[in-house]
Design a protein around this ligand. Structure first.
Ligand code: ZN
Length: 267
């Protein structure tokens, strides 16, 4: 029994919205609780209020992973940090982000008056390196680059060198459990590294690729459960039809859910 409990996974969706302004969804933020470790992926707008509403301790999160610097993924970071300070966090916190984003984020936090010697919990800032998996408790976290920002990089980087054009997906592994989180992708082939071994859970965005392309890519793959997030407005409005399309395309082999804010998935 103890081993089963330790292996357990709980995913809390604080925000499932996309990059366009959403009136009915918060922006991207997900908490993975795996084997006693608590990993927050992204900090989109709405995280602070969703976190408070969840009743969780402000000591709980062990590590934050910021997939990339679009505001729908980092827009609530400073308010959430302000909450950690005001609610009295003392435990160290690790934050992983694209290398070029760390100094700007730290400057942003300082500009918002969240000085290291004020907030009184130590923060270790770590550049995401796909060649070096990191451990969070007993969970191994592997990052993979996605092509989400590559066309922007080609068009804008030369004239805007301060832009941070890296974006990463993640795989979490713990005692045989394997979970993929797509973050934002530019092409369904960005999912290939996540699909190299069976997944107990795949959390996949659906605003930068079409459902038909995605389901074709996933059909027949060993995926225990598919949770769709980050839907474009049009897909969100038609999510009942989307679920039917997924069922037709994937059959019963891969159970599919369309996540809403506040949804919790347990495996
Ligand atoms: Zn996004």
């Amino acid at each position: 029994m103890a081993a089963a409990a330790k292996r357990a996974l709980e995913l809390t969706c604080f925000g499932v919205g996309e990059g366009w302004p959403c009136s009915d969804r918060r922006h991207s933020s997900f908490l993975y609780s795996i084997g006693g470790a608590h990993i927050l992926v992204d900090a989109g707008e709405g995280l602070s209020s969703a976190y408070k509403a969840s009743g969780r301790s402000y000591e709980q999160v062990d590590r934050v992973l910021l997939s990339h610097l679009h505001s729908d993924h980092v827009g609530s970071l400073s308010m959430w940090f302000q909450g950690l300070w005001l609610e009295g966090r003392r435990r160290p916190l690790a934050v992983s982000a694209p290398a070029g984003g760390i100094d700007p984020i730290r400057n942003w936090l300082e500009a918002t008056l969240l000085f290291p010697d004020l907030i009184r919990f130590p923060v270790s800032w770590e550049a995401i390196d796909p060649r070096q998996p990191v451990q969070c408790g007993d969970v191994r976290i592997q990052a993979f680059p996605t092509t989400h920002l590559e066309s922007l990089r080609r068009s804008f980087q030369a004239r805007n060198p301060r832009g941070v054009f890296d974006c990463f997906s993640f795989v979490f592994e713990h005692e045989g459990l394997r979970v993929g989180h797509s973050s934002d992708i530019g092409d369904v082939n960005d999912l290939e590294p996540l699909l190299q071994a069976p997944l107990d859970l795949l959390v996949c965005e659906l605003s930068h690729v079409s459902p038909a392309e995605l389901f074709l890519k996933l059909r027949g793959r060993p995926i225990g459960r598919l949770v769709l997030v980050h839907l474009s407005r049009e897909l969100w409005a038609g999510r009942t039809a989307l679920k039917s399309q997924a069922r037709r395309a994937l059959g019963s082999a891969i159970p599919v859910s369309v996540a809403g804010d506040g949804d919790v998935f347990r495996i």
